[in-house]
Design a protein around this ligand. Structure first.
Ligand SMILES: NC(=O)c1ccc[n+]([C@@H]2O[C@H](COP(=O)([O-])OP(=O)(O)OC[C@H]3O[C@@H](n4cnc5c(N)ncnc54)[C@H](O)[C@@H]3O)[C@@H](O)[C@H]2O)c1
Length: 323
């Protein structure tokens, strides 16, 4: 069985990848148990290594011990609001961490899958067509800037050193085990607890990707993509919806709750809009889960797992925002 190092395996999307594919690969997870992580997210049969991907000696020792065929990098600081309060941890994990993994991949001849985001494109509110992989990147918030910086760095390593790297740009993802700071789980928590959900005032559109579709595409990229390529990972175009529509649907499914309009976050992007035609053509990657099913399955998971939700709320208090 092939071995994979999967970083960020205690976070939302990394844990979904491990859960779906732990029977197909020997997976060694690396996570520094930061914001977004939960020890409850550990998937079966995954070796749980606690460590910082930016710690070069630790990553070197791990790669030597494990001898993986590839590294799949989900580890990142991901919460946009935290990046606005302080972005140092974002540069550390998202750029310096990716650099250490790239150097290890180069040294040991490994493939590196860099899991990136549609947020690197910036705001599509004025765009006349959906972004393709050839569209220029123009990230606007500090989180997205670090993800874009990592992409540019890895692209240069591909051209300068022949790094076997590929990049996936995933759309806004929902599903089980997403940290309760993020919109959909936060909405479920607020509605269940009888607290108003704070919704940004300006209508914003997102392409809502179910997490299993996201990780199936990452796996397809790992196994089939050409080195140096970038792939947009998006749901079917009908899964684009306004955030207020999705939150209202969550409220209906929970059966109660209030929505309170609040001032937009700074650097608030009003639309992310991508075409995933290249992934469907080259990776044969077709998303299976439509918007309504994605919302239903997601909401039901949080309703059915109150102990996980309670543990996540306790964990938030222990993760102070960086200065
Ligand atoms: N959630 C989305 O909608 C979305 C969409 C597209 C792309 N992405 C990307 O997917 C990846 C995973 O996102 P997520 O939503 O699961 O995030 P998450 O915050 O739930 O999980 C990230 C995990 O990375 C770990 N981590 C962070 N820095 C680390 C470091 N230096 N060393 C070791 N571990 C570290 C955290 O502890 C956490 O467990 C990220 O790279 C993100 O940019 C997310």
């Amino acid at each position: 069985m092939k071995s994979l190092i999967v970083t960020g395996h205690l976070g939302f999307i990394g844990s979904a990848f491990c859960t779906l594919f732990c029977k197909d690969y020997r997976i060694i997870g690396v996570d520094y148990a930061g914001p977004g992580s939960m020890s409850e997210n550990l998937a079966p049969d995954v070796e749980d290594v606690r460590g910082d991907i930016a710690d070069e000696p630790a990553m070197e020792a791990l790669v030597r011990r494990v001898k993986p065929t590839a590294i799949v990098n989900f580890a990142a600081e991901t919460h946009v609001d935290r990046s606005i309060v302080g972005d140092l941890a974002f540069w550390h994990s998202n750029v310096l961490g990716a650099r250490v993994l790239a150097l290890e991949a180069l040294k040991h001849g490994l493939r590196l899958v860099q899991v990136s985001t549609d947020e690197v494109y910036g705001d599509a509110r004025e765009s006349g067509s959906a972004w393709t992989e050839d569209s220029p990147i123009a990230p606007r918030n500090p989180y997205a800037v670090t993800k874009g910086a990592a992409e540019l760095m890895l692209g240069s390593y591909f051209r300068a050193h022949g790094l076997d790297v590929l990049i996936t740009r995933g759309a806004n993802t929902i599903g089980p085990r997403q940290f309760v700071e993020k919109a959909v789980p936060k909405a479920v928590s607020c509605f269940v607890a009888g607290k108003p959900f704070p919704l940004y005032r300006s209508p914003a559109r997102r392409m809502w990707l179910y997490v299993d579709d996201h990780v199936r595409a990452v796996r397809a990229a790992l196994e089939r993509a050409r080195a140096g390529e970038t792939y947009n990972i998006a749901p079917q175009p009908e899964s684009e919806a306004y955030t207020h529509e999705v939150i209202e649907r969550v409220r209906q499914i929970v059966g109660r709750g209030e929505i309170e309009l609040v001032d937009d976050r700074k650097a608030y992007d009003l639309r992310y809009w991508m075409s995933a035609e290249k992934a469907s053509r080259e990776l044969e990657c077709i998303p299976r889960v439509g918007l309504d099913q994605a919302i239903r399955t997601t909401v039901q998971w949080y309703v059915d797992n109150p102990r996980w939700v309670e543990a996540a709320h306790k964990a938030i208090c222990s993760f102070a925002s960086s200065p």
